[in-house]
Design a protein around this ligand. Structure first.
Ligand code: SUG
Length: 455
């Protein structure tokens, strides 16, 4: 399957589901609110995502695929009192509460950075790799993902000796958890213990601590602490930091919209955190504690790239990748095309590459369909550090390769629509199409019956 000999960081991207649409469902996420009710193109969305996966595979990266969820979520609609057969449930919901139906139709599981928090086995006390699905409790349309997410993760990483799968945290704002979007791991090399960096938006139990005034803080400190406990992380390997509440109010709904890290590199905006110098001291201290040497901080100044430019371009929702063709410690940065369309950000990127730091190469992708809902390259991927034995234990049908790519492209051609508007959601035919697409997908990816409609 893979030719990699050491521990590596794999990316598992979410395959965009057949009901991708612009529901305007995420208050505080500027793109979601501003593209509300525009028609979408699910086929193009899925294919843009697949192109990114294939390109990274071609560059020698270990690239996985995570299946989408089945939508509309009929189980939830029935729980909320809509009765009858499947078509009647959809038609009744469309008539009584179109916004609720749109929520149950969202393809938001594509943003797998929010699927779970993942801790590599080298960091965990029981020597297994740990997954905790995110409860995503802050947004209703996302709060209905975690159960199926857990099943998909268990079918993709199906080996109890190697992989530990937890339940999502309790579904309460106190434990609001958005997964890996607010979590980064710094390390000297992937296979040895690293520093896990948890970024939160608010304290749940301390009413006097700072918090945003306008938009929701989706991650609590207490949620991050619970995950560190569940995964068996050592205190000296964990750093917590609070997001600057002002940037949340400017549209930075997850930390991965304003900061990203890989290896020893922390690439972040000047205004990303509260008490930045303390945060950086803590990271450096933790890296030193476990013998990992010096962090490399790349701080982007606000006078070169404003928070607004960062939110519009998604400069920080990039992937920093240790590409196999680069020398040790060097990396490429995967950015969305919007970064080249923003003059300040584009100039900054050119300067970044020309100056002396770890980032050497820029890779630009067209992800417009996902970007229009606030999902950039980093939102679309869940990072999973895998040692050799773990690589071998991954479900091989979920690993991108030269055969899987054309097969999935052909599958989207066969099953996906190229336009979808709000009115289409009332059409029960869309459910039939989605079910037949996903039924075939579970065979392609050898997942077994992960969807309710298959059980
Ligand atoms: O949760 N958008 C997603 C975008 C998630 C981006 N993920 C990361 N930053 N890691 C969200 O806000 C919009 C769906 C809609 O409006 O139709 C949405 O769910």
């Amino acid at each position: 399957m893979s030719t990699h000999t050491q521990a590596l960081e794999a990316n598992f991207d979410g395959l965009v589901g057949p009901t991708h649409n612009y529901g305007g469902l995420s208050y505080g996420n500027v793109a979601s609110s501003s593209n509300s009710a525009r028609p979408s193109n699910p086929k193009q969305a899925a294919q843009q995502g697949l192109q990114k996966m294939k390109s990274l595979h071609d560059l020698g990266m270990f690239q996985g695929v995570l299946a989408p969820q089945s939508r509309p979520d009929l189980h939830t609609l029935r729980r909320l009192g809509f009765t009858g057969n499947d078509s009647q449930v959809i038609q009744r919901a469309a008539k009584q509460d179109a916004a609720l139906l749109a929520s149950c139709y969202s393809a938001s599981s594509m943003w797998t950075a929010n699927a779970a928090t993942v801790s590599p086995s080298a960091d965990c006390s029981d020597g297994r790799l740990h997954f905790t699905p995110a409860n995503l409790v802050n947004r209703f349309h996302r709060s209905i993902e975690h159960e199926t997410t857990g099943r998909i993760l268990q079918a993709t990483f199906a080996n109890e000796d190697r992989f530990g799968h937890h339940q999502a945290l309790p579904s309460s704002d106190h434990f609001g958890d958005e997964g890996a979007a607010n979590h980064t791991r710094f390390c000297h090399d992937y296979g040895t213990a690293g520093v896990e960096f948890f970024v939160y938006g608010q304290h749940a139990f301390n009413g006097t601590a700072p918090k945003p005034a306008k938009y929701p803080a989706r991650q609590s400190l207490e949620a991050s602490q619970a995950i560190a406990r569940l995964h068996g992380l050592k205190d000296e390997q964990v750093v917590y930091a609070q997001q600057n509440p002002d940037v949340i109010d400017a549209g930075v709904f997850h930390n991965d919209v304003i900061a990203v890290g890989n290896g020893k590199v922390s690439f972040y905006h000047e205004l990303a955190f509260l008490n930045t110098s303390e945060v950086n001291d803590n990271l450096q201290q933790a890296m030193s504690n476990i013998g990992n040497g010096d962090m490399q901080f790349i701080e982007v100044p606000a006078d070169q790239v404003s928070v607004q430019d960062a939110v519009k371009s998604y400069l920080f929702n990039s992937q920093l990748l240790s590409l196999p063709h680069l020398s040790e410690g060097k990396m490429g940065i995967v950015v969305p095309q919007e970064c080249r369309e923003n003059a300040n950000v584009s100039a900054y990127l050119d300067q970044l590459i020309a100056s002396d730091n770890a980032i050497e190469e820029i890779l630009v992708f067209d992800l417009k369909q996902s970007m229009s809902n606030g999902g950039g390259p980093a939102c679309l991927r869940l990072r999973v550090v895998l040692n050799q034995a773990e690589q071998a234990a991954v479900n091989p049908a979920c690993v991108m390769n030269d055969a899987l790519f054309p097969r999935l492209m052909g599958w989207t051609e066969k099953h996906y629509r190229d336009t979808l508007s709000e009115a289409d959601l009332a059409d029960p035919q869309l459910l039939i199409e989605s079910h037949s697409a996903l039924d075939e997908l579970t065979q392609i990816l050898c997942l077994g019956s992960v969807y309710d409609f298959q059980r």
